[in-house]
Every structure is written in structure tokens, then in C-alpha cells.
Design a protein around this ligand. Structure first.
Ligand SMILES: Cc1cc2nc3c(=O)[nH]c(=O)nc-3n(C[C@H](O)[C@H](O)[C@H](O)COP(=O)(O)O)c2cc1C
Length: 192
């Protein structure tokens, strides 16, 4: 599939099927993350993929109420890093979260290839989730990627149901990308 098509097809869908995802597929997602570039090739990403029923139940208990839809997921990938595992420059640039984000995107695009929904979320209690997964206190559990094959949308709230089929909301390209030098057009207008 052309890459831009895969990028367009990736959406944060919420209608998940509960059927399990084979381990070989989960490993291919991790392989896509593994091949991501990073500062000094530090590879600061760590992924804990949760599939064991008792662990899944405990992890799902940390979700915020708005993420009720994720309770159907048969596999959740925790994306972890630490600022100490990557480049930290004297001028204030830290690369761990940047590199983790790139790995998470590669992971999501491979999920598109596998016919999976891969929906990143921040809506969970990170301290509790870290305890469930035995993640060291000093590490950052930045996001959970909720995985699942597309499923029945009937359990979704009206708002979430509408967003399954709505047009994608994005700023026009000239508000986010320019040529040659910074311009006023690139200054964010309000919160969106
Ligand atoms: C870091 C991050 C955190 C997010 N947290 C949540 C979340 O807690 N719950 C949720 O339903 N969606 C969450 N999303 C999904 C975004 O709302 C979604 O990516 C955005 O609206 C753009 O839609 P799209 O991914 O379908 O293009 C999150 C996305 C990112 C990247």
C-alpha cells in the first residue's frame, strides 16, 4: 500500500473486536518500532504488550471513564521511556519523548498494514498503570496503545459513534508547514 494511503487510513477508531491478536502480529508491530531512528541510535523505547487476562483487567482498571471503549481490547501496548535513556543536550533539547513518539508512529502504521486499530491514549492513571506493569518509578509511561481488530460500534457513546465516520479534523497545510523561514501563518491560532 502507498505510504500516504496507510497514513490516511490510520485513525483513532474505538469500535474494537475482543478477539485475540496473534503474537506474531504483535511482534511485527514491535519490529516496526525497533527500526525507528533515534538520537545517537539510543533506541530509548520500551514496549510492554499486555495480553494476559489478569494483567489486562488490572490495566483496564486504570483507564479514565472516557476510555470505556478500550475495555474490549485484547492487547494493550505500554510505551515507556526515560529522559536518561536518550540524548539530553545542554540547550534544553531532550530526545527521549521525540524518539518514543516516532517509534509509536511506526508501530501504528504497521498496525494499519495488519488490519488493526491502534489507538494511542493518555487517559489512564499512569502511576497505577506503572504499578500494574512493574515499570520502574523513574521511567515514563507516556502512552498506552489500545489494539484490536475493527469490531461492532454499537457500544459506543453517540459522540464516539459519530467520530468513527466523521471527516478527519486537521489544520490546513499552510498553517503547519512553510518554506524557507518562520512566518506568522505558523503561529498557532487558539487551542486548535
Ligand atoms: C498522546 C495522545 C493521547 C491521546 N489520548 C486519548 C485518550 O485518552 N482517549 C481517546 O479516546 N483518544 C485519545 N487520543 C486520540 C486523539 O484524540 C486522536 O489521535 C486525535 O483526535 C486525531 O484523530 P485521529 O487519530 O483519528 O487522526 C490520543 C492521541 C494521542 C496522540
Amino acid at each position: 500500500m502507498p505510504l500516504l494511503k496507510s497514513i490516511e487510513m490510520r485513525r483513532s477508531f474505538r469500535a474494537l473486536d475482543e478477539k485475540p491478536i496473534q503474537n506474531e502480529i504483535l511482534l511485527r508491530l514491535a519490529e516496526a518500532a525497533r527500526l525507528t531512528p533515534s538520537w545517537g541510535n539510543k533506541q530509548p523505547w520500551r514496549i510492554v504488550t499486555v495480553t494476559a487476562p489478569s494483567q489486562l483487567t488490572a490495566l483496564k482498571a486504570t483507564l479514565t471513564p472516557g476510555n470505556y471503549w478500550a475495555k474490549k481490547s485484547p492487547a494493550i501496548a505500554a510505551f515507556v521511556t526515560s529522559l536518561d535513556w536518550d540524548g539530553r543536550l545542554d540547550d534544553g533539547r531532550d530526545y527521549a519523548l521525540f524518539d518514543l513518539g516516532m517509534a509509536a508512529m511506526a508501530y501504528q502504521l504497521q498496525a494499519v498494514e495488519e488490519g488493526l486499530i491502534a489507538h494511542p491514549i493518555a487517559g489512564f492513571d499512569a502511576a497505577s498503570a506503572k504499578r500494574v506493569l512493574d515499570i520502574p518509578e523513574t521511567a515514563i509511561l507516556e502512552t498506552l496503545i489500545i489494539l484490536g481488530f475493527p469490531g461492532d460500534p454499537s457500544g459506543l457513546s453517540e459522540k464516539h459513534l459519530a467520530s468513527e465516520t466523521s471527516a478527519r479534523l486537521r489544520k490546513p497545510v499552510d498553517e503547519i508547514a512553510g518554506f524557507d523561514r518562520w512566518s506568522d501563518q505558523l503561529v498557532p491560532q487558539g487551542r486548535d
